[in-house]
Design a protein around this ligand. Structure first.
Ligand code: HEC
Length: 104
């Protein structure tokens, strides 16, 4: 039930984001994440929507912190580009879970 509420909130929060954001997020994933994490279709589903929300909120602070701490892609996670595009990654993750929900 909690998951459902979260998804509903996410959907409402991201309706104004155009489909373009989701495509930009996909592109960003392919460019900046795939080399380490592999296919997004597999990787995104490894974490719950709640975990993603936690990692990506506040301009993806926690996600950046975790990577910088473990010395992975430090330059990217400290960059302006990351701060600008993390919302697209969020849109992409949201889209992924919406699609997964429809297929249930
Ligand atoms: C240079 C390699 C590298 C790149 C590039 C990279 N990651 Fe990671 N990421 C890691 C490693 C290593 C971990 C830690 C894995 C572990 O703890 O088993 C990690 C952890 C994670 C986690 C789990 C974090 C947690 O605390 O639960 C997520 C989610 C994640 N990465 C997403 C991303 C996204 C999104 C991108 C692209 C914007 C990205 N990563 C780019 C190497 C990378």
């Amino acid at each position: 039930m909690k998951k459902l509420i979260f998804l509903t909130v996410l959907v409402c929060a991201t309706v104004p984001l155009s489909a373009k954001s989701f495509f930009k997020g996909q592109k960003e994933y392919l460019r900046e994440c795939r080399s380490c994490h592999g296919s997004s279709q597999f990787f995104i589903g490894k974490f719950s929507p709640q975990r993603w929300e936690e990692l990506l909120k506040d301009s993806g602070k926690k996600l950046a912190f975790n990577h910088i701490q473990t010395n992975n892609s430090v330059e990217y996670f400290k960059s302006e580009q990351y701060l600008k595009r993390v919302e697209y990654i969020q849109a992409y993750v949201t889209h992924y879970f919406q699609k997964a929900k429809k297929q249930q």
